[in-house]
Design a protein around this ligand. Structure first.
Ligand SMILES: *[C@@H]1O[C@H](CO)[C@@H](O)[C@H](O)[C@H]1NC(C)=O
Ligand SMILES: *[C@@H]1O[C@H](CO)[C@@H](O)[C@H](O)[C@H]1NC(C)=O
Ligand SMILES: *[C@@H]1O[C@H](CO)[C@@H](O)[C@H](O)[C@H]1NC(C)=O
Ligand SMILES: *[C@@H]1O[C@H](CO)[C@@H](O)[C@H](O)[C@H]1NC(C)=O
Ligand SMILES: *[C@@H]1O[C@H](CO)[C@@H](O)[C@H](O)[C@H]1NC(C)=O
Length: 363
């Protein structure tokens, strides 16, 4: 009895840490789709983000390409998705089939805890070499960045838009900035740590005195700039924003010696899924050359070497951003905690509705 118990324990332990070799899936997307169509149900997908509508493009493109396979893509802050996945596990609930998140530090842990399915999509060998688990437990599916200046060109002339974060604390920008609380989002927390690393905590103290409108989420600054466009609002500038592509919002890149942030969102299949082929289809499609070649990621590089070569992009050779920087920063949670506490003490706790309450998912 004693012997068999310890055998069970050993097997459980081995399951969590031993990764048998998985072959790259050599099927075409259409062949994976054929297998996926035999599964009944809806694939539950957690995508990290702060505007529900951002999911519409993925939902629509997937539905158009694979009309007989249903996905339910929920956009929510990655940190909340993470927590739901872990809590679901403790409660014996399977809350998501696929996790596609910013919070890259969880994936190695989830792998070790035996929570992920090893899967290598057809393009596995083409995915950026530092951005995938060699057993296929997780891999990059998208690449993003923050730090460029986004401004309303009707309210501020291009020549006045700074190319250095140092200038942002100048009193001439008092009342003009809309920025994301760095203590609410790890990507922005990392960006602020890079800036403070260069200019010291004095930079943060000065910024706190420059009448910044602090908001939750990274979609919110550009959304508020857009709302304020035809009004008397003096708010005209952000560096924690996406340029939403509206004609009056323009971008200007920062210049040396500044460092901005770029990072990948990892994707993984959660163990226990009843829709394994559908989950593989989503991963294979998101990382496919066909999908990665679409110019819809705001001009950022692809997670595929071949696509970057074709477009003349070299994400690992840029000297003003380091793709791997965020991944290693995220892993040191004590350091992350130090920074978030610093921001909280100087700027206060994040106020206002969460971004997904302001910009919810489509019904
Ligand atoms: C899916 O549903 C159909 C029709 O109800 C059924 O025949 C089939 O066995 C189901 N397939 C699976 C994998 O559950
Ligand atoms: C979609 O996902 C959300 C969040 O997990 C869940 O509350 C909802 O019931 C799901 N809807 C469907 C149709 O699966
Ligand atoms: C931009 O510069 C022009 C010429 O100097 C000036 O007339 C205009 O008021 C400026 N616009 C803004 C929004 O500052
Ligand atoms: C601003 O006003 C112009 C016309 O005066 C209108 O065409 C445009 O849609 C408005 N933009 C926003 C963002 O409200
Ligand atoms: C990056 O390289 C360019 C071109 O060599 C150089 O002008 C710039 O100063 C460099 N930036 C940094 C941050 O070192």
């Amino acid at each position: 009895m004693k012997l068999s118990l310890s055998f069970v324990a050993l097997v459980a332990c081995a399951n969590a840490t031993f990764s048998p070799l998985v072959d790259v899936d050599t099927r075409s997307l259409n062949d994976i789709y054929t297998a996926a169509k035999k599964e009944n149900g809806t694939l539950q997908v957690f995508w990290g983000g702060d505007a529900g509508a951002a999911g519409d493009e993925v939902r629509t493109s997937f539905a158009k390409r694979f009309p007989d396979d249903k996905i339910n893509l929920t956009v929510e802050l990655s940190k909340y998705h993470d927590n739901q996945i872990d809590r679901g596990w403790y409660e014996g609930k399977h809350v998501a089939d696929v996790a596609w998140l910013q919070t890259t530090h969880n994936y190695p842990r989830w792998k070790q805890e035996g929570k992920l399915v090893n899967y290598k999509p057809p393009t596995f060998n083409d995915i950026l070499n530092g951005e995938k688990d060699f057993d296929g437990a997780w891999m990059a599916a998208s690449l993003f960045g923050f730090g460029q200046m986004v401004y309303d060109s009707s309210k501020i002339n291009a020549s006045e838009v700074p190319t250095s974060y140092a200038s942002i604390t100048d009193p001439k920008f008092k009342g003009k900035l809309i920025l994301t609380y760095p203590n609410d989002d790890d990507a922005i927390a990392y960006l602020f740590s890079l800036i403070i690393g260069r200019y010291g905590h004095e930079w943060l103290y000065a910024l706190a005195k420059n009448d910044v409108q602090w908001v939750r989420g990274t979609y919110t600054p550009a959304a508020l700039l857009t709302q304020g466009h035809n009004t008397t609002s003096k708010r005209s500038l952000s560096f924690t924003a996406y340029n939403l592509g509206v004609p009056f919002l323009l971008s200007k890149d920062i210049e040396a010696p500044e460092q901005k942030i770029s990072w990948v969102q990892d994707i993984a299949i959660i163990k226990g899924t009843k829709m394994l082929e559908s989950a593989k289809l989503l991963v294979a499609w998101l990382t496919s050359v066909e999908r990665q070649s679409e110019p819809n990621y705001f001009g950022f590089a692809s997670v595929l070497d071949s696509v970057n070569r074709k477009n003349g992009l070299t994400p690992y050779q840029q000297n003003n951003t380091q793709v791997t920087g965020f991944r290693s920063w995220e892993l040191n949670r004590a350091n992350v905690e130090f920074w978030k506490t610093t921001y909280e003490e100087v700027l206060g706790t994040p106020q206002g509705l969460g971004p997904l309450q302001m910009f919810p998912n489509a019904a």
